[in-house]
Design a protein. Sequence first.
Length: 300
Amino acid sequence: MQLQINQEKKELKPHGNYGFPLLVSYERLSYFETGSFLWHWHPEVELTLVMDGEIAYQVNDNLYHLKKGQGLFCNSNMLHSGRGIGGGDCSYLSVTVHPRFLYGYSSSIIQEKYMNPVLKDPALASILLEPEKDWQNQILERIEKIRILDKERPASMELQMQIELLEIWRSIFEHVEIGGEEGKERGRDMERIRTIMEYIQKHYTDKITLKDLADQIHLCRSECCRMFKRCMNETMFEYLLNYRIEKSLELLRQTQMDVTQISGMVGFGNPGYYSRIFRRKMGCTPMEYRKGYSISSRTV
């Protein structure tokens, strides 16, 4: 499985529908081919509860080491990604909900007074939810109630889910500090990061230089490198290599092109270098990956 995202890194998977914009999903890192999910964002708020294992979960420049029983609030439109820790797997519950499910109609007092201050605060990208803190544990318990409602599906399921989510929002609104100049600067940096990622996604098949990336956000090359590394915990070059490998997986699965052709199509000038990077990331060669996928497809 891979995330479906557009050129702006927005996830394309529907999270519910217009009448009920909420999705409860049961995820496992091993479901993803690379054991991780790519950077992406969506307008929905996301609540995560770790059911088993551990996950390195990053939202913008905040990196969390989440363990069983812990959770995370990821705000609307925030870049986020996740990967395993120490080669282990992780299963987790994800509840994604569009804010309008809670505030009703546009410009309502619920939206203006209680939701927008949180949704539009760049310093509030995410909140770690720990069972040791009473108000956060109450949120974790309410996420668990949503899971049970999704499993049992009582006649009033939608209404009960909305009640639980409104209580979660009330707790967040009452316990977090909103505003601050630091958040505005972080917000500017994350917009720059999005611009760089968008450029890479559009041009990953071409030769990309550091100057090309720095020019997109009108910074010098050294400052561009420092900002990306500080915010994303990886270099732009590492991100570019990982993205190219991700894009090559689909070609290995769905075409009969040889490794030399595929390496060129995803921006690697040297097929040997592509194979070395592929093995480092995937733990096998491109041909071993293709063969393993072909065998697994025939046995399904």
